[in-house]
Design a protein around this ligand. Structure first.
Ligand SMILES: [Ca+2]
Ligand SMILES: [Ca+2]
Length: 109
């Protein structure tokens, strides 16, 4: 049985120590993956998260990411288009990326 850290009734795909996040954001208000939750990131207080669109433009950056990215820009709440996005996470804030990957913003319409 997996632990359910974010309390959404779905067992976590990650174990309790590894940092990992959902692969998709589905901002349709159904409570499932409406926000991009990265588990165990709170264990690294100096972390920095950056998200880029496929053109390489930074669309999101956070020091101390609070798991609230919901598929819209933090600055003006403009909805991010349905697309894949590249993210980088620097766990200890030393400027060296510790891991990266892709997330997908999925919209039904
Ligand atoms: Ca959803
Ligand atoms: Ca680092």
């Amino acid at each position: 049985m997996h632990q359910d850290i974010d309390g959404n009734g779905v067992g976590d795909v990650c174990d309790v120590t590894k940092v990992c996040g959902a692969e998709a954001i589905t901002p349709n208000g159904d409570g499932i993956n409406d926000r991009w939750v990265i588990q165990n990131l709170q264990n690294y207080p100096n972390h920095e998260v950056r998200v880029f669109n496929t053109w390489g433009q930074q669309v999101f950056v956070a020091k101390g990411y609070d798991n609230t990215l919901d598929g819209s820009l933090k600055t003006n709440r403009a909805a991010l288009p349905r697309s894949s996005y590249y993210y980088q996470i620097d766990l200890d804030g030393n400027g060296k990326i510790d891991f990266d990957g892709w997330i997908y913003v999925v919209r039904e319409n």
